[in-house]
Design a protein around this ligand. Structure first.
Ligand SMILES: NC(=O)c1ccc[n+]([C@@H]2O[C@H](COP(=O)([O-])OP(=O)(O)OC[C@H]3O[C@@H](n4cnc5c(N)ncnc54)[C@H](OP(=O)(O)O)[C@@H]3O)[C@@H](O)[C@H]2O)c1
Length: 297
């Protein structure tokens, strides 16, 4: 079901749409299993999670739910080990609920091991630093990531919410290429077009993974100029506004892979259709212009 895209500069095949587990922590294992299988069946073999997912959702637990989304995914994998081989498993670390960001050597080394334990696996295909930690030298973070890469605990390294300058600085200390960038990017959050993130992906070959490609639900449920422009495209193709929104993220030249987060199996399957929809350049610019409130110069 995967279709021609590679994970960054690697030979690992990934689907054009990815599935994310941010909203996963409160699912029971059977539901989580169904969501993962539905995503894999729809060609979404890159499965994204993070150690922080679930935090604050369990006020009665001492850890407040830190790690619970990984725990749920780990339970799914333990019950059905064959799923592990079908997926490109990626997690993230570096958000410590208090500090709030910690990418020190000591923290990241421990976070990696804790994630692997919760996921009940020996390695992840990709480990991403979740947010830049301004208080740690990037050289130190790189030391941890180099060891994690060399030990095989993560096959590849990526970053999320980094500026291009931060990414470049981290890269300069790494022994292995940064294979993914993970900015927020959608029809209603287009900063990645202008802040250089998508261009850096094209420069280096890193895959751009777009988080909250439906604006975390604001695109399907609210109205505005961008939504109206998406509705016109949706009508033309006979698709939903959500599928049009995912097609928009794919229409940029950087081969962006949107990470969807719905907890509804039917919506996962429907989102998969976006992999077949190739907007025209004019349609892409219609959404950019609706977002900017003016025509292209
Ligand atoms: N790196 C980062 O900092 C970062 C931050 C946030 C997220 N992420 C990643 O990105 C993934 C996706 O984020 P996201 O969940 O915000 O993505 P999203 O796909 O933009 O939004 C998902 C939300 O939209 C709702 N939704 C989808 N289709 C809908 C429809 N037709 N009508 C009404 N509501 C609809 C879903 O509700 P239902 O469940 O009811 O369908 C869900 O609450 C996460 O799982 C995570 O892996 C990364």
């Amino acid at each position: 079901m995967t279709s021609g895209l590679k994970l960054g500069q690697t030979d690992i095949s990934i689907g054009k749409i990815a599935y994310g587990c941010w909203r996963f922590a409160q699912r029971d294992v059977a539901t989580a299993d169904r969501l993962i299988r539905t995503a894999l069946d729809a060609g979404m073999n890159l499965i994204d999670t993070a150690d922080i997912y679930g935090f604050s959702e369990f006020p009665d637990r001492e850890d407040k739910g830190f790690g619970q989304a990984e725990v749920r995914l780990g339970e799914v994998l333990a019950a059905a080990p064959s799923l592990r081989k079908q997926m490109v498993l990626t997690t993230k670390g570096g958000i410590d609920a208090v500090r709030p960001y910690d990418s020190s050597y000591r923290y990241i080394m421990a976070a990696m091991d804790a994630s692997l334990a919760r996921l009940q696996t020996d390695y992840v295909d990709l480990y991403q630093i979740h947010r830049p930690d301004l208080s740690t030298p990037l050289r130190e973070t790189a030391r941890a990531l180099n060891e994690i890469f060399q030990s095989g605990k993560a096959r590849h390294i990526g970053v999320s919410n980094f500026t291009v300058a931060q990414t470049r600085a981290l890269q300069s200390h790494l022994d292995t290429p940064i294979v993914t960038l993970q900015p927020e990017f959608s029809a209603i959050q287009q900063d990645a077009i202008t802040d250089g993130t998508l261009d850096y992906g094209m420069e280096t070959g890193a895959t751009v993974l777009a988080w909250s490609p439906l604006g975390g639900g604001r695109l399907p449920t609210k109205d505005g100029a961008v939504q109206a422009a998406l509705d016109e495209i949706a009508l033309r193709y006979g698709i939903s506004r959500s599928v049009a929104a995912l097609a928009f993220t794919r229409a940029h030249g950087a081969d962006v892979v949107p990470i969807i987060g719905t907890q509804t199996p039917q919506r996962i399957t429907e989102s998969g259709y976006a992999a077949q929809i190739n907007l025209t350049g004019r349609e892409f610019y219609d959404i950019v212009e609706a977002y900017r409130g003016q025509s292209m110069p």
